[in-house]
Design a protein around this ligand. Sequence first.
Ligand SMILES: Cc1cc2nc3c(=O)[nH]c(=O)nc-3n(C[C@H](O)[C@H](O)[C@H](O)COP(=O)(O)O)c2cc1C
Length: 163
Amino acid sequence: MSDDAIKDALRMMPYGFYAITSKHGDEVNAMVANWVMQASFEPRQVAVGLAKSAFSYNLIKEGGVFGVNIFLKDDQDSLMPFTKGRAKNPDKMTDANYEAAPETGVPVLAGAAAVIECRVVGELDSGGDHVIIVGEAVAANVMKEGEPNDVLSLPHLGWSYAG
Ligand SMILES: Cc1cc2nc3c(=O)[nH]c(=O)nc-3n(C[C@H](O)[C@H](O)[C@H](O)COP(=O)(O)O)c2cc1C
């Protein structure tokens, strides 16, 4: 416990841990993110809390598409190259193994268990350091089956991005 109860409470929320991929023209990117959730059943939409400072933010705005890459716990090493931003690791995509997703062309990262392809349908900028990007899920592919408990999460890693 710290002397900041809001921080302590926010850090109690368990999150998944994903790679958000993006594409605009010949430019592609991948970043790790945990503020990711389904946001509507009909149509099926996915919301991502995205840092305004992220390289991916501009790419998603320009390209209008993003992919949610989901990994199994056993494949956590596949996600690690994307924990650093483009500014610190300009070669992260040059060194990466990925394929273009069929519907949107966003990268499907090697080792991913599933990918959800999304087209951006909304953005909420409420004045914070992150925006909420909402995408409609237009396609998906499951490469490796798994239960939610098999999927990589921040509690599993003991990491936190909250507070
Ligand atoms: C554990 C962890 C979780 C993260 N979750 C998010 C997130 O949900 N949203 C976000 O915008 N950034 C998140 N980040 C930070 C981004 O990965 C970071 O801003 C990165 O530089 C963005 O990459 P880019 O600049 O190549 O787009 C997280 C980082 C870590 C290590």
